[in-house]
Every structure is written in structure tokens, then in C-alpha cells.
Ligand binder design. Structure first.
Ligand SMILES: Nc1ncnc2c1ncn2[C@@H]1O[C@H](COP(=O)(O)OP(=O)(O)OP(=O)(O)O)[C@@H](O)[C@H]1O
Ligand SMILES: [Mg+2]
Length: 355
């Protein structure tokens, strides 16, 4: 007699009516039991269409009979497990996602999205399985930056399939609305969309999910605080007056989110002359480093003001992919290594902690 596991394998022959995919990989087979009375299969399809349910019941029964030679095959149909009421649940991780890292800043326009995109691609080129979640619902800039405006498909389990852009699984509200549509939703809608992005997107197994946050502290941050156990946060700043206050706010925000600050990155901190190659630092030298020391958080490095980076953002061709040898790419690769090491170190600390 075949084992339940072997029968489950055999049930991969049963395709969902009208679709090329089998019912096992959809997760519709809840249980297989083998006893002296026969074989019992518990199916839990998401559809309410009675005809499809009957087709599935018949196909499963016939397949089990063929596989095992057993005549007594019982197929039980149960409704799918009800979706949990997530808003009131405690912050949790996303199933299958090992680390979630949010890129944030106190002020707008400092380069969060640029850093989030390039960090994601740098991690991906280092062999990690990476996702990118645009948590900036009012001003989603990821579609432009990764050069895609496609619309994600929805699976039979009603999960949103993220767009895979050059190896990085990406989701943004920009993929789901017409380009240029102003988003004038109020807080609860933002929460609803983000909740879907966390739990109803088929992320699969990821090593890191990078979140691009909107500036400051608003509904997106509140939703994360209520729902998502972040692995860490990266703060982006620029070397201008008041930047210290700005970063202090970022640190306070991550404290609210109960997420460790992986460090601060100083963007647009110097300029390299394209003709003479000379480095100029109009805002002085070492400000980011000093600030990090003062706030007792790691300094993750500085990025130059680079026209190529701006063009990369506008043309949808991240520099990490289009110019692998560019010094800015190397800076992002270093940032990705530091972030990854820091995530691993924190995982080990958490694993050895005795409660
Ligand atoms: N180091 C850099 N050199 C040149 N241009 C840059 C650099 N970093 C970011 N930019 C450009 O500055 C603009 C703002 O960057 P970005 O959109 O990444 O900021 P943001 O913090 O995400 O903004 P927002 O708060 O609106 O979400 C973009 O046009 C981007 O291409
Ligand atoms: Mg942004």
C-alpha cells in the first residue's frame, strides 16, 4: 500500500480545472489518510463553484483508485481556513520571509527609495532571495525606479503574485493603479493595502524583504508597528543642518516599531568631479560618522551625489545592475554585505537568548 505521502505526490497529476497548475502545489489537499477501510482525502479548494468542486472530487477519487488499486476512496470537501483577523493580531513576521528590513528617514527626498532599490538589487546579486515592498502608498516611486509598470496576476488562492523584476520580487501600489492616478485615501485604506502587501502577496521563500517607507511617521509606520515584526531598519539622511534631529527621529521611530536600527547611511554626502575626479565635500567631512556615534548607532557609509544615480532612478535601470563596476555600485554592495552580516548576527543573538 502506498503511504499518504506517496498518494499526495501522485495527486500532483490532478490539475485545477482550467489552469495548468496542480491541486497539491496550490495547497488544496489538506490531508491524506490511509487505513484498512480505504483512503480518505481532505480537499479544501478556495472556489465555491459547485461544478469545479465536483470535478475535483471525481478527479481525486479516480487518481487515488488508479494509484492504489483501492476502491473505497472518500473525498471530503472542507472550506478553506478562514483568514485571520489580522489587524488585531500581534506583530508577526511574514510567512517564508527570513528578514524584513525597512528603509526610512525623518525627511522626504533624501534618497530612501534609491537606497531601498539598490540595496535590494545588491543583495540579490550577492545570491540572496530578495523582495522589495513599496510601502509608500501615496507616492510609490518603485515602479519608475525598477522600470516596470506591469500588473501583477492573482493566483487561484487569491494571492497577489509580485512582479519579478530582474530577480527581485516587487510589489507597489503603482502596479495596481493607473500611472498618474492621485492617491487620496485616508489612513484605514493605507492600512488595508499594506496588510495585503504583507500577507496576501505570494512572496514565497525570501532571505530579505526590503521595505521602502514614506518619510516621517504616518499610517504606513503605524501599520507596521501593529502588524509586522521588522528585523531591522536603515535610516537614510543627508549631510545638512538639522540632520541630527532628523536621524534622531528615525531612531525613535524604529524604537516604536521595536526594530533594531541596523545603521544610518549618509546620502549625497560628497561629489566627485566627472572631469577631474576630485572629491568635494561641500557639507564638510565625517558628519554622518559623528552623528552615528552620538546616537550610538552603526554608520553604514556615505554615498556621493551622483548624476548617474539620479538617471538610474528615472530610467528604471538600477546602477547596481547596469554598472556593476561603478564606485556607487561598490558602495551599495558594501552596504548590502554589512546589512546581511548584521541581520545574521542578530539572528544568532536571538537564537542563543535564553528566555
Ligand atoms: N546620491 C544621489 N545622487 C544623485 N541623485 C540622487 C541621489 N540619491 C537620490 N537621488 C535623487 O533624488 C531624488 C529623491 O530620491 P528618492 O526618491 O530616492 O528619495 P526618497 O527619500 O525616497 O523621497 P520621498 O521621501 O519622496 O519618498 C530622486 O530623483 C533620486 O534619483
Ligand atoms: Mg521614496
Amino acid at each position: 500500500m502506498l503511504s499518504p505521502q506517496q498518494i499526495l505526490q501522485g495527486l500532483k497529476r490532478v490539475k485545477y480545472p482550467g489552469l495548468g497548475r496542480d491541486i497539491v502545489s496550490f495547497g488544496f489537499v489538506r490531508d491524506v489518510e490511509v487505513s484498512s477501510y480505504g483512503v480518505k482525502v481532505v480537499l479544501s479548494p478556495t472556489t465555491r463553484d459547485g461544478r469545479i468542486v465536483e470535478q475535483l472530487r471525481e478527479a481525486v477519487a479516480n487518481t487515488v483508485k488508479e494509484l492504489t488499486g483501492v476502491d473505497r476512496v472518500e473525498v471530503i470537501i472542507t472550506p478553506p481556513a478562514p483568514a485571520q483577523h489580522r489587524a488585531s493580531a500581534a506583530p508577526a513576521s511574514i510567512a517564508g520571509v527570513a528578514h524584513t528590513v525597512a528603509v526610512a528617514s525623518g525627511k522626504g527626498g533624501v534618497g530612501k527609495s534609491t537606497v531601498a532599490v539598490h540595496l535590494a538589487y545588491a543583495l540579490a546579486t550577492q545570491g540572496h532571495r530578495v523582495g522589495l515592498l513599496d510601502a509608500d502608498i501615496y507616492g510609490p516611486s518603485i515602479p519608475l525606479m525598477v522600470g516596470t509598470h506591469g500588473s501583477p496576476a492573482v493566483s487561484a488562492e487569491r494571492r497577489i503574485i509580485p512582479l519579478e523584476v530582474q530577480g527581485v520580487k516587487t510589489i507597489s501600489l503603482g502596479f495596481l493603479i493607473e500611472p498618474g492616478t492621485p492617491v487620496i485615501w485616508r489612513g484605514p485604506m493605507i492600512t488595508k493595502v499594506l496588510t495585503q502587501f504583507f500577507h496576501d502577496v505570494a512572496w514565497g521563500d525570501l532571505d530579505v524583504l526590503v521595505l521602502d517607507l514614506p518619510p516621517g511617521t504616518g499610517d504606513a509606520q503605524l501599520t507596521i508597528a501593529q502588524q509586522l515584526a521588522l528585523s531591522g531598519g536603515v535610516i537614510v539622511t543627508t549631510p545638512q543642518a538639522m540632520a541630527l534631529e532628523d536621524v534622531r527621529r528615525g531612531v525613535a521611530m524604529f524604537r516604536e516599531l521595536k526594530a533594531p536600527v541596523l545603521g544610518v547611511i549618509e546620502n549625497m554626502s560628497y561629489y566627485i568631479c566627472r572631469t577631474c575626479g576630485q572629491r568635494s565635500e561641500p557639507f564638510g567631512h565625517g558628519g554622518g560618522q559623528r552623528m552615528a556615534e552620538e546616537l550610538n548607532i552603526p554608520f553604514l557609509g556615505s554615498l556621493p551625489l551622483a548624476a548617474e544615480l539620479m538617471q538610474a532612478g528615472e530610467s528604471g535601470a538600477p546602477l547596481v545592475l547596469s554598472a556593476p563596476d561603478h564606485p556607487v555600485t561598490q558602495a551599495f554592495q558594501q552596504l548590502a554585505r554589512t546589512v546581511w552580516t548584521s541581520l545574521q548576527a542578530r539572528k544568532e543573538i536571538a537564537a542563543t537568548r535564553i528566555y
